[in-house]
Design a protein around this ligand. Structure first.
Ligand code: ATP
Ligand code: MG
Length: 363
């Protein structure tokens, strides 16, 4: 790789390396065995502490963070569930970075996930040459997390076949993995202090109800909810989209009044009520905060790279078509109705511009 290439999104422990180092230095509270920070330290890393120059990274109920950290300090796993785009993955990454300084021991669950990708596989060339040995063993994230006493993240665990979910059962209760091919002490890998599992699952696709009951019992569940109020969501979308736009080489900041229209539109189409409390049609597509951030990014890119200015409501309409009407043609009709009926009633130049740009919707 050439030197001028930049990683698009380094892991949390790299992005916030200096904050973690400062927290570790000043953290005098008791730490659970094997943890890199105390519970208070980990919580400050995640929810922020402006006086100490620690940024807020996750917006939401701080008591959720406390419960999550306490769960991890027991031997139970933590299961973060919620609608898509509510920052479950981000939260699990931040917790892992805080608790053990590493968030990359991650298994991505899916229909094709196999036991090898969870526990271990073999380097076949070495296996053939010298037979099964610790050298020919290729540990997967779960085995490494156990041996090194680290947090293992299991993303979208409910998408794995049930047999694969079941291979987690004995591991989570006995805290040991047997490797029958190896003899002697190498044949048993025991979990060290600090080993724990954070899984995520979203409530839309393949739901938690399809998860094996035995596995459910080994986790404490925490639901991550969408951000409750407009101002907080707007601040987050502004902060995140600024960072993304800067990194994409965009030379202007996003306009706050345009972002306010964007976030309000997302919230109303998500909840099916206007901010003044009137019922309206909601979309079946998920209009999450994560989607709002990526649309704000796209709006800024359009403005800058097509015209050399900040994004406008017309850019928003162009981007919404691809976000809001993914698989359901009715959503496009609902979106059109929203732009025709709701946007026209709102005060402010940006709302009027949104209304006027309604013909940019396809079809
Ligand atoms: N409460 C929140 N705090 C901070 N960022 C948030 C919050 N909600 C949404 N976001 C935004 O969403 C992005 C994270 O989405 P993430 O991928 O973690 O969601 P997810 O719940 O894992 O979604 P999925 O179910 O689709 O996997 C963040 O990078 C941030 O921009
Ligand atoms: Mg996720």
């Amino acid at each position: 790789m050439s030197d001028n290439k930049k990683v698009q999104r380094p892991p949390a422990e790299v992005r916030f390396a200096d904050e973690l180092a400062r927290l570790r230095e000043s953290d005098t509270a008791h730490r659970p065995p094997g943890w890199a920070l105390s519970l208070q330290g980990a919580r400050r890393f995640i929810v922020g502490d402006p006086r100490a120059g620690i940024t807020r990274k996750f917006v939401g109920d701080p008591s959720l963070i406390d419960r999550a950290l306490v769960t991890l300090a027991t031997t139970r796993g933590l299961m973060l569930v919620g609608e898509p785009g509510t920052a479950k993955s981000l939260l699990s990454e931040l917790i892992a970075a805080a608790v053990c300084g590493e968030s990359t021991l991650t298994i991505q669950g899916g229909a094709a996930t196999t036991e090898d990708q969870i526990k271990y596989s073999w380097n076949y060339a070495l296996l053939v040459a010298e037979g099964p040995s610790p050298r020919s063993l290729v540990p997967a994230p779960m085995l490494r997390g156990m041996a090194e006493g680290k947090v293992v993240r299991f993303e979208e665990i409910t998408r794995c076949p049930l047999e694969v979910q079941d291979c987690m059962l004995s591991l989570l209760s006995e805290r040991v993995v047997a490797i029958p091919e190896l003899t002697g002490p190498d044949g048993m890998v025991f979990a060290n202090d600090g080993f724990t599992v954070i899984a995520t699952a979203n409530t839309r696709d393949r739901g938690v109800n399809e998860m094996s009951a035995a596995l459910k019992r080994r986790f404490n569940f925490e639901t991550v909810f969408p951000i409750a109020d407009l101002a907080t969501e707007l601040d987050l979308v502004e902060q995140e989209s600024r960072t993304l736009l800067e990194r994409s080489g965009v030379g202007v900041q996003p306009r706050r009044d345009v972002l306010e229209v964007l976030v309000t539109t997302f919230r109303e189409l998500r909840d099916g009520v206007t901010s003044s409390g009137q019922p309206m049609d909601r979309l079946t597509t998920v209009m999450s905060t994560a989607e709002a951030v990526s649309v704000a990014h796209a709006v800024g890119l359009r403005g800058w790279f097509l015209r050399g200015e900040a994004g406008t409501p017309a850019d928003l309409v162009e981007c919404l078509a691809g976000t809001a009407a993914k698989d359901n043609p009715d959503d496009l009709a609902r979106l059109r109705r929203y732009l025709e009926q709701q946007a026209s009633r709102r005060k402010g130049a940006q709302w009027q511009a949104l209304h006027q740009a309604r013909h940019l919707l396809p079809g």
